[in-house]
Structures are given as C-alpha cells and as structure tokens.
Design a protein. Structure first.
Length: 128
C-alpha cells in the first residue's frame, strides 16, 4: 500500500486497512441505513448487529448491538469514498479509532469464528 510506504502507520491507516480488508473479502455489510426502518444512520451513528450484518438506528435497536457513534460512522463513510492517502490526513479522533477497532475485531472474529491473536501485538508495536 502506497500510503503505508510513505508514512509511518497511524491508527487511521490501520483502521482503514482493517475495514477495507473486511469489505474486499465480503465481510463488511452496508451499514449506511437502518435495516429495520430504512433511516440513514451515518449522521447519528448506529448499532451494528454483526451476526446478521445489519445496522439499526437507536430507535429500532433498543441499545442492542455494537454502538458505532456518529463520529465513527462518518469516518466509515469517508473510508468508503477516499483513497488511504487522503483519509489518513483527515482528523481522526482517538475515540473513533478505538470504536472502529472493536467493531473491526468483532466483524472479523465473527466471520473467522475466532479472534486474532495479533491485535494486542499490533497495538503494542504502534504505541512504541
């Protein structure tokens, strides 16, 4: 990936790679609209029902599922539209990065039927 070669890995770049790896392998459903009522959820966030590949707005979810805040949902939308070089220079808050890391872990773990042992190692390497 050209972006990784030109700059040191950042949380934004790693989250971008994780989400796109999931998407390109068919593990990333469309989380732009509520699966129940059809309401757009990018501007307000959503609750992800990983097992069924659905997103639900707060009204339909009843606080069940993985909460993805409006900031994280907006970052996801930008990831889908921008190349990594442009995405990684945008502001990316720590809370959104942390939330999307948990979301990606859950999606990947569900689809692989196991959690990856490398996530803690990657997190530790990035902090040094």
């Amino acid at each position: 990936m050209k972006a990784a070669a030109e700059a040191s890995p950042t949380a934004a770049l790693i989250r971008y790679f994780e989400i796109w790896a999931l998407r390109l392998n068919g593990f990333f459903p469309d989380f732009t609209r509520c699966s129940s009522c059809g309401k757009g959820v990018i501007n307000e966030g959503f609750f992800a029902w990983v097992e069924s590949g659905e997103a639900r707005c707060a009204d339909c979810a009843g606080d069940i599922g993985i909460h993805v805040s409006a900031k994280s949902a907006s970052a996801l939308e930008k990831m889908m539209k921008l190349p990594p070089e442009k995405f990684m220079i945008l502001p990316f808050e720590h809370d959104a990065a942390s939330e999307l890391e948990k979301f990606a872990q859950r999606l990947l773990g569900f689809n692989l039927e196991r959690q990856l042992k490398s996530w803690p190692l990657l997190r530790e390497a990035l902090q040094n």
